[in-house]
Design a protein around this ligand. Sequence first.
Ligand code: PGA
Length: 250
Amino acid sequence: MTNNNMYFVANWKMFGNLRSIKSTNNVLKLTKSKKFQKLRIIYCPPYTLLDALIKKTKNSKISVGAQNCHYKSDYGAYTGFVNAKMIKNIGANYIILGHSEARIEGDDDKKINFKIKSALDAKLKVIFCVGESLKNKNSNKTSQVIKKQINVGLKKINNYKNIIVAYEPVWSIGTGILPSKIELEKNINFIRKLLNKKKNGKKVIILYGGSVNSYNIKNLTKISQIKGFIVGGASLKAKNFIDIIKKSII
Ligand code: PGA
């Protein structure tokens, strides 16, 4: 069994400037070696760095994605926003939607559903994040919350070819706290079952995100249902990101 076709999504959040682009040099080098060629590395920088990263990674194995978009697919008078078409137009291929940090800023399940539809229409691949808050977890509402996020978020979407789901427990993001193996398997299997019920949902792959680092990656890769990772904090320094990638390849 090999896992050299795993996904590694670098979520830079609201970090980085033009100088940060240089940090991709060694990652680019890594993707040229045979052992790592099948990896799917996706950089999701802030909007301001999309263009520079797209240029930098042109003709490489690295893809670039945005971290959000407006829910309207058309152009319009929405000061301060960017739509999915614009993101595709500059050459990005992916988009993160439903991230808990965007949910805090007002993205509810219904809005996320509009966003996913507009991103798919624009031919972007969607990394759709779901996950429970600490409050949900402590009141045994994890399954209920995830079910709603998935069913409303993917409502009236029939083609799942360009959808990846990421399980990101909110309480694990940026905290250094990870779910136990049992908890992770339980929640990911639950997501799997929900997806399998949907027409063409069986092929949707599931990623994990939340405090992934070079110390915990080995254990995380032992969970066969996880096909890749969203890495936030640890993706900002190339060395850390590369360590994670190298340690996850068997
Ligand atoms: P983290 O972030 O790795 O810093 O916990 C992950 C994410 O928010 O996607």
